[in-house]
Design a protein around this ligand. Structure first.
Ligand code: SIN
Length: 276
């Protein structure tokens, strides 16, 4: 069966059909990798993925090594390479309900995340909004692009996990904290893109607190309030969404409380980030 590709917007996202991920061929995997680099987000419906199949598909991306999330056990998962993403009537928060890039505090951040949906809320809702960071960078004015291209920013896992969720690292460990350039070159396309996110970025290095706060807030608002950067994905049970975690960020909309939404995420580790 031939692959069918339908773009979600001119800028970001595509629905892909005509593929069974349980029997994905090397040629199909190469097409998906190329399409992901181009579109940032791929929506693939009607898949039957157990953990092994989900992880096998995940290992086709990035370096091929699967990420072990520091909160995998706390999320309720028995497998360190699978993160449970579940919100119920008992939840105080839903994972990913603010704008973020997954785990950007790692020295070599996640290149690709693959979220597989098990259960959608009966109320409807539970969409995920994605934004293109290549487009976010391209839409900034030349003087601002030149300014931020010289700067680096701190990304700290304590910001979402300790401060927002009240979680603690395992005994003797600390959540990761890394400094990354604010404008990086995409590892596959070489395109420059904006690499700060409200979820993990705490401050800009080498400038005053006031300058850091004001500049970051301007960039976060640019990302969050520019609809032409964004696409909105509607899920069904058994949909897999694959996102390029370097070139996009996302926001899981928690508009379905007290109903249950349950998904699982596998992520592939990428390489070190390089300034554009
Ligand atoms: C996440 O940030 O990985 C969760 C995204 C979602 O639940 O839609």
């Amino acid at each position: 069966m031939p692959l069918t590709i339908e773009n979600l917007t001119p800028v970001i996202g595509a629905e892909v059909s005509g593929i069974d991920l349980n029997t994905i061929s090397a040629d199909q995997a190469a097409i998906l990798r190329e399409l992901l680099a181009e579109r940032g987000v791929l929506v693939i419906r009607d898949q039957n993925l157990d953990h092994e199949a989900h992880k096998r598909v995940g290992s086709l991306f990035g370096t091929g090594t699967l990420h072990r999330h520091p909160l995998a056990t706390a999320s309720g998962s028995a497998d360190p390479e699978v993160l449970t993403v579940k919100a119920t009537a008992k939840s105080a928060h839903a994972a990913g309900e603010g704008w973020h890039t997954d785990v950007s505090c790692d020295p070599a951040p996640i290149s690709t995340s693959l979220l597989y949906m098990h259960q959608m809320p009966e109320s409807g809702g539970g969409d995920t909004v994605f934004a293109s960071m290549t487009e976010a960078f391209a839409l900034l004015s030349e003087p601002v692009r030149a300014l931020i291209a010289q700067l680096s920013a701190v990304h700290d896992g304590s910001l979402p996990w300790r401060e927002a969720y009240g979680r603690h690292p395992e005994a003797g460990a600390e959540f990761n904290r890394s400094v990354h350039p604010m404008v990086i070159a995409h590892p596959d396309t070489g395109k420059p893109l904006l690499w700060v996110n409200r979820g993990f970025t705490t401050r800009i290095a080498g400038v005053s607190k006031l300058e850091s706060r004001a500049l970051l807030e301007m960039l976060f608002q640019h990302i969050e309030s520019t609809p032409r950067l964004q696409c909105r994905v509607r899920w069904d049970a058994r949909t897999l969404v694959i996102w390029d975690n370097i070139a996009t960020q996302h926001h899981a909309v928690w508009d379905y409380f007290p109903y249950t939404r349950h998904a699982e995420r596998v992520s592939a580790v990428g390489g070190l980030l390089k300034a554009a």
